[in-house]
Design a protein around this ligand. Sequence first.
Ligand code: SF4
Ligand code: SF4
Length: 113
Amino acid sequence: MIKFGYAPVVSRTLDLDSSDFSLRDELIREVPSYKKCIGCGGCTSTCSAHQHTEFSILRCNMLFRRGKYDVLEKELDKCMLCGKCLLVCPRNVNTRDMIIKMRLLVQHKNKKQ
Ligand code: SF4
Ligand code: SF4
């Protein structure tokens, strides 16, 4: 077999039909501003944890929206809840509250499984 020095990347196709979105509506009820997020990434670029680790609040948000709760629980623990991201959000999303509620919902969901 000829080696080209690279390999095909793992498919990132999303199967939305089999995704679990059960917690999304609950989070919107608890933190209504969550619905206004446009995914601009401003929160991630200002995040102190992101500057020193691979933690990304935007990634957490995406994982949550896609129902990937198993991976998300560990990821959310890296947030220091400093609230810096809250100051830069152009949509006034209460990111700090969003993370706190996300943690609770995801922990509860993963415990039940
Ligand atoms: S800065 Fe606000 S609008 Fe932009 S991705 Fe973060 S939470 Fe969403
Ligand atoms: S609250 Fe969490 S996500 Fe926001 S800036 Fe602080 S460490 Fe980053």
